[in-house]
Design a protein around this ligand. Structure first.
Ligand code: 5GP
Length: 129
């Protein structure tokens, strides 16, 4: 059973369809563990999504259930994407929404990479509440 409040993996979720090539994406990077592409509704000058090649609904599911080579390969791919995009010098933010309170919309684990402008401090909209 997946470890998540999101239910079982839905093979029709939009990122599963992108992985299968059924929906186009603006691809940045791909290897055996991960696919990276531009977010369709960018919230910063750089807004990239990195998704693992596997059926994991969330970070909770991925961290508990994914085989170690996929976990390490995925996170190495996130770093490779940032480095190859030239983001290391100025910096960037990683974000992974997990479940309803975080507002996770797509039930396939993904990491956001934000960059290209000062990103402020953490959770501005709901600070302290
Ligand atoms: P979440 O809220 O689940 O962490 O983020 C989901 C992200 O996926 C959102 O930033 C949204 O803009 C992005 N997204 C949703 N559908 C698509 C799509 O079809 N293509 C791409 N490239 N991004 C998408």
């Amino acid at each position: 059973m997946p470890v998540s409040g999101l239910g079982p993996y839905d093979d029709q979720n939009v990122f599963a369809r992108i992985l299968r090539g059924e929906i186009p994406c603006q691809k940045i990077y791909e290897d055996e563990f991960a696919l990276a592409f531009h977010d369709i509704a960018p919230q910063a000058p750089v807004h990239v999504l990195v998704i693992p090649k596997g059926r994991f609904v969330s970070f909770a599911d991925f961290s508990a259930q994914a085989p170690a080579p996929l976990i390490s390969g995925f996170f190495r791919a996130v770093g490779t994407v940032a480095r190859e995009m030239g983001l290391d010098a100025e910096g960037y933010r990683l974000l992974a929404n997990m479940g309803p309170l975080a507002g996770q919309e797509v039930p396939h684990f993904h990491v956001h990479i934000f960059a290209g402008k000062p990103l402020g401090r953490m959770l501005v909209a709901s600070a302290g509440q």
